[in-house]
Design a protein around this ligand. Structure first.
Ligand SMILES: [Fe+2]
Length: 305
């Protein structure tokens, strides 16, 4: 990579530095708390290009954090219970490492919901001098790098996601394994080791193995970027085409505050096959199929009502 490619300025004189081949850029020269409509448009464009952006030395207050998030879409609260101490806004979710807040499994935020968050905006309040880095992976590159037969099979499948990591395995949703991004038409491999439980159209055993392959595949180092945080940095990412992972390699306090922009229903090709449970029938259904069968029957009942 030439110096020019590694360090390019936008027309409005922001300093935008790409961090890895796959995704990620660090942006300086803008004070986010004072961003105007033109700045928001430029940030959206940069997010489309880099998928995850970092803005060091912002030191945003909670009011500024929420106000910055609003132009990107309606904000939501986190369904999990966070530490509410000192939190003045329902839109802010706080995660504290000393209280078990280390997301050390690869995931896209909240995929057990029918409309998972579109974007997450993270304010790093306190972090260790070393350790506690976060990694992101580019799910479009991960799909593109699969062989054509593998791509074709994935495009015919859907997957069940649940909130088991939040002790709510009853909260479930089914999404296409390949998510198509409406603005660009790019395809993202939309399964993660944290929330994705089962390929709907496969037997439990096949699903365990195939899903294991896909979720490991998206973690390949060549699709990733790793970021070392400093206090006061704002990080924001497109939650439709990335996953992230926090390194659990520190023994100090790490406190983040996050706002999330509400998302839409993930779109993708329709499944080409029936759910496995329909094919298997009652007699061939094992205990591994019960969760899927329960969710499908609930969904059918809701659709009939
Ligand atoms: Fe997360």
């Amino acid at each position: 990579m030439t110096a020019e490619m590694a360090h390019n300025s936008t027309s409005n004189q922001w300093d935008v530095r790409r961090l890895a081949g796959a995704l990620g850029a660090e942006v300086r020269g803008i004070k986010l708390a004072e961003a105007d409509a033109g700045d928001i448009t430029e940030i959206k464009r940069l997010l489309g290009e880099h998928m995850v952006l970092f803005f060091p030395e912002q030191y945003m207050s909670q009011d500024e954090h929420v106000a910055f998030g609003k132009p990107f879409g309606p904000l939501e609260g986190h369904p999990n219970l966070g530490d509410r101490n000192d939190i003045q806004h329902p839109e802010i979710f706080q995660l504290q490492a000393s209280q078990g807040g280390i997301a050390d499994e690869w995931h896209t935020d909240l995929t057990f919901m029918d409309n998972p968050a579109l974007m997450s905006i993270l304010n790093m309040k306190k972090c260790p001098d070393s350790g506690g880095d976060t990694m992101w992976t580019n799910l479009c590159d991960a799909f593109d790098a699969l062989s054509p037969p593998m791509q074709e099979m994935c495009e015919g499948l859907s997957a069940l996601h649940d909130a088991h990591p939040h002790d709510r395995a009853d909260r479930m949703s089914i999404h296409p394994v390949v998510r198509v991004l409406p603005d660009t038409g790019r395809k993202a491999l939309y399964v993660n080791e944290h929330f994705t439980r089962r390929i709907v159209e496969m037997s439990g055993e096949e699903s365990d193995n195939f899903l294991g392959f896909l979720t490991r595949w998206v973690q390949s180092p060549r699709f990733t970027v790793r970021y070392h945080w400093t206090e006061g940095t704002i990080g924001m990412w497109d939650n439709r085409c990335t996953q992230h992972y926090v390194l659990n390699d520190f023994d100090a306090e790490r406190i983040i505050q996050r706002v999330t922009v509400m998302g839409d229903k993930p779109e993708g090709p329709d499944p080409r096959w029936e759910p496995w449970t329909a094919r298997a029938g009652r007699s061939a259904m094992s205990r591994h199929d019960r969760q899927l069968a329960r969710h499908l029957s609930e969904r059918n009942r809701e659709a009939a009502e």
